[in-house]
Design a protein around this ligand. Structure first.
Ligand code: UT7
Length: 353
């Protein structure tokens, strides 16, 4: 039976480190507040004049290809997960294809907009393509350049202290070996709270959502029918907003649930997990999940302390770093899990090659 294996993995973090102390010079926040509530000490910000979400992804991809022993021209399908694309459209998939110099037009490019769970969604899609025999070298990349679109004033502090820039990539190939590859993936969504962690402008809603109590504009008529309005600029309504407490409360329920779903499906228990790589949303969320599943410290990998929350990139960056540090080894049962905007959430279980 054909399964999907990770044949190569890479990551890229921009060199510019932004500490909590530096943020506290831009807004009313403190190192203590950020560390206590999120566990984050520093994050990376890309170089705005030379880097984009696509160029970050290109660095991670080249490393993943090198480690897989393939050339970028061997890639037969690109899956690009991000919430901070270079352009509204076209998506980053084709931009990455161009950036990498892939001239093969047989190579398809798919963009995934599932935010924090984008990598898991992408892995599940890739898994189906590999298992069906359609592709042999799928590039799955998660990349974010959040720093370009955050409000670094006190008004945006709840969101802007959390997020960081970076990219992670994997090359996925078929394997027929018994004890390796993706064992199962599980995807979920519930749009009830779509606007609770969102960037809604500009968009085809034409302002309707801004008329709700949540956004504080009770008279929707002020928004009219245009895509971008002066008021959006005046009131800085093009930044992301987040109901942190609701996201936190829902995340700590959904993470263990979806991890147990993957374990149950494959006849495993939490004790069988060799390494859990949770989406790096908040260290307190990861610690809560660890406690519920009764996992020892060495079986849960966290690097949010150094990189912040890099959304679609956080799982491949953490997985890559754990592997580079020798913490993920051949035959290990690795569990990936994510929860975020949408809300969407998911999990994957794999045997490391
Ligand atoms: O990838 C998935 C995406 N997001 C998440 O997973 C986030 C999940 N949620 C969280 O991580 C937490 O809810 C936050 C870290 C965002 C916030 O922590 P919290 O403990 O839920 O704080 P809060 O929102 O209840 O705010 C407490 C106080 C408020 O002040 P008052 O009203 O008590 O006076 C905020 O205005 O902290 C204030 N605050 C800040 N203070 C200093 C909010 N942001 C900051 C800040 N620095 N950066």
């Amino acid at each position: 039976m054909i399964k999907t294996k990770i044949a190569g993995i890479g990551k890229y973090l921009p060199s510019k480190i932004v500490t909590n102390a530096e943020l506290s010079k831009m807004m009313d926040t403190t190192d203590e507040w950020i560390v206590e509530r999120t566990g984050i000490h520093e994050r990376r910000h890309a170089e705005k004049h030379t880097e984009t979400t696509t160029t970050l992804a290109a660095h991670a991809t080249k490393q993943a290809c090198e480690r897989a022993g393939i050339s970028v021209n061997d890639i037969d399908f690109i899956i690009f997960a991000t919430l901070s694309p270079d352009y509204y459209f076209p998506g980053c998939g084709v931009l990455l294809q161009r950036e990498l110099g892939i001239t093969n037009t047989e190579c398809g490019a798919l963009d995934i907009r599932n935010q924090c769970s984008g990598f898991i969604y992408g892995l599940s899609v890739a898994d189906q393509f590999i298992k069906s025999g359609m592709y042999k070298n799928i590039l799955l990349v998660g990349s974010e350049m959040h720093s370009m679109g955050l409000d670094f004033t006190t008004r945006g502090r709840t969101v802007s202290v959390i997020f960081g820039d970076g990219a992670g990539a994997v090359i996925l190939q078929p394997t027929q070996e018994d004890n390796q590859g993706v064992l199962t993936t599980h995807l979920h969504s519930d749009g009830t709270h779509a606007e609770e962690l969102a960037m809604i402008n500009p968009g085809s809603h034409g302002g309707r959502h801004l008329g709700t109590e949540q956004f504080g504009y009770p008279d929707p008529s002020v928004w009219g029918e245009v895509f971008v309005t002066q008021k959006m600029f005046d009131d800085a309504l093009f930044y992301p907003n987040m109901n942190g407490q609701l996201v936190f409360k829902t995340a700590v329920t959904k993470f263990p649930e979806v991890i147990m779903e993957a374990l149950n499906k494959t006849g495993h228990t939490p004790a069988d997990i060799d390494m859990l790589i949770p989406h790096q949303a908040n260290l307190r969320i990861s610690q809560f999940v660890q406690k519920v599943l009764r996992l020892p410290d060495e079986k849960v990998y966290n690097n949010i302390q150094k990189y912040g929350n890099t959304t679609a990139a956080s799982i491949p960056i953490a997985l890559c770093e754990a592997w580079e540090n020798g913490l993920v080894k051949s035959g290990d049962l690795v569990c990936l899990a994510a929860f975020g905007s949408g809300f969407t959430w998911g999990s994957a279980l794999l045997r490391w090659v």
